[in-house]
Each structure stands twice: as structure tokens, then as C-alpha cells.
Design a protein around this ligand. Sequence first.
Ligand code: AP5
Length: 264
Amino acid sequence: MTTNNDRVVWLKGPAVRCETKPEAALTPWRLVLLGAPGVGKGTQADLLNRRMRACHLSTGDVFRAAASGSECEQSPAMKEAFGYMRRGELVPDSTVWEMVRERSECLRCGGGFILDGFPRTLGQAESLKQLMDSEGLALTAAVNYELPFSEIVARLGGRRTCEKCKAVYHVTERPPRVEGCCDRCDGKLVQREDDRPESIKVRLEAYERSTAPLIEFYKNLGLLVEVTAKGSPDDIFEGTFAQLESRRVRETAQKAWVAAEDHR
Ligand code: AP5
């Protein structure tokens, strides 16, 4: 099954409308993906999106779109964000939150969402929780992908991304059919600026310092699902999906039991 959600509200900003809206689900998946840069969150978000139909919402994609000037409104803060990205540093919370808050329609969407790269600090996680609580929305889970840093560096060094549709490849692990050319849209495959060795080092340090504490945050909320990101993307995806499904079945059974008890 392929995705046809266009995510334009997320990528371009709230002034536009999604032409292809995801179908409203009875119980939408609302996921946060955690894990170090390069662990495979974007790859997994794409696979989850195809199965769950919830939109893949990457904050990195929005900042890159703003920097390229082609797809997204360019406020001074958004332009400035690209400087932080190139150096591998985190964009300040105030800029990130302003951008996400403007797109909160995507969080309310009946099709659900898969957040990739957000939240990345405790401040961002708390802001997201407050917004969702105030809207009566609940996260389904926070999936944390784990991999040794040495393997992460190899993944980042070989990554190539489609300029047009943002599909992600790897020169040896997930090569395109034709070198340098996207399988899906024939777009040109390019290396991200922040995949240079000096930026990778800064990104991994920023992850350790600011993002790793979120694992405990979501564990305390009972939302953490832990996944080892070794093996093929499809195997990782199938294992994750099975864990998420069984979690959901358990929760539905629990709710039904509580409702039945209340009726007695
Ligand atoms: P962002 O775009 O979010 O990048 P990231 O978190 O650094 O994550 P990546 O996209 O690099 O990696 P990924 O985990 O998605 O891995 P992928 O699937 O591509 O953020 C970029 C920057 O934006 C940040 O540094 C920051 O400056 C800024 N920013 C964004 N959000 C922010 C926020 N909330 N707060 C502050 N600043 C923010 O896979 C990597 C490679 O491995 C690919 O080549 C892939 O093909 C390959 N691969 C994937 N899975 C496998 C596998 N199982 N086996 C072998 N190879 C695999």
C-alpha cells in the first residue's frame, strides 16, 4: 500500500489546505518516535505511515523546506533555524514550538500522526503534552529506537535523500534501483549538509544531552515502547507494529473491563 497523504499543512504551514486528507480513523495512531539522529526514525515513520495511514510529521523536513525557500513560509526565525541544523545543533525551543503550534491542526487530524524529530527536549515534550491534554488528545505511544553510535555513524554517512519527495536511501543498505535517482519520483538523490562528520558529532552530543532524557519522561507516563533498531527496516517495522498492536489490544480490553465494572 502506498501513501497518498500530501502533508502540505505540515510542510508549508497553516495558510494552505491538505488536498488529500487522511481518512479519519476510529482510533487514530498518535505516535512520537525517539532515537538518535540516523537511527532510522524517518525510514520507520515512512513504513508506519503506509500501514497506519497516519501522517509522517518530521520537524527536520519543515526546517529544510523553509531553508530551501521552495515549499514553506520563511519567517526570519525559520531561516535562522537552518544555521543551527547545518552545525548539527538543536534549533531553539521557542522557534520549534512556534512552528509546531502553528501546525497544531495536524495534531488534531482524525487520521492521527507520527511525529519524527519532535519533541527533542523536555521543554518541547511538556509543551506537546499540555497542548494535547488541553485538546483532549492522547498519545498512543512513544517508540524509542536504540542502536550503537558506531552503526549510526555508518548509516548517516551513506544516507541519500530525494530532493523532491524526501524518500530516504542508503548507498549500500537501501540503494535506489538507479544510482542517484529516486525510485518513486525520479528526483535527484542528495547528501544532507548535516551528514558531514563534524556535524554528526555535534548532533550525537546534542542527542545525549537533550533528547535521551525523554526516554525517562515517556516511561514515567507509561507510553514507552522500546525497539532495537538492528536488522532490516522491514523486520524492525514488523516487530514494532506487532508491539504497538498488542499494546492497543491490551488497552482496549482493559477499558472494556473497566466500563463493564462501572455498569455493575
Ligand atoms: P532531523 O531531520 O529530525 O534529523 P535527525 O533526528 O538528525 O534524524 P535523521 O533524519 O538524521 O535520521 P533518522 O533517524 O530519521 O534516520 P533515517 O531513517 O534517515 O533533524 C535535523 C536537524 O533539524 C537537527 O539536527 C536540528 O538542528 C533540527 N531539528 C529538527 N527537529 C528539531 C527539534 N524538535 N528541536 C530542535 N531542533 C530540531 O536513516 C538514516 C540512514 O540509515 C538512511 O540512509 C537509511 O536508508 C539507513 N537505514 C535506516 N534504517 C536502516 C536499517 N534498518 N538498516 C540499514 N540502514 C538503515
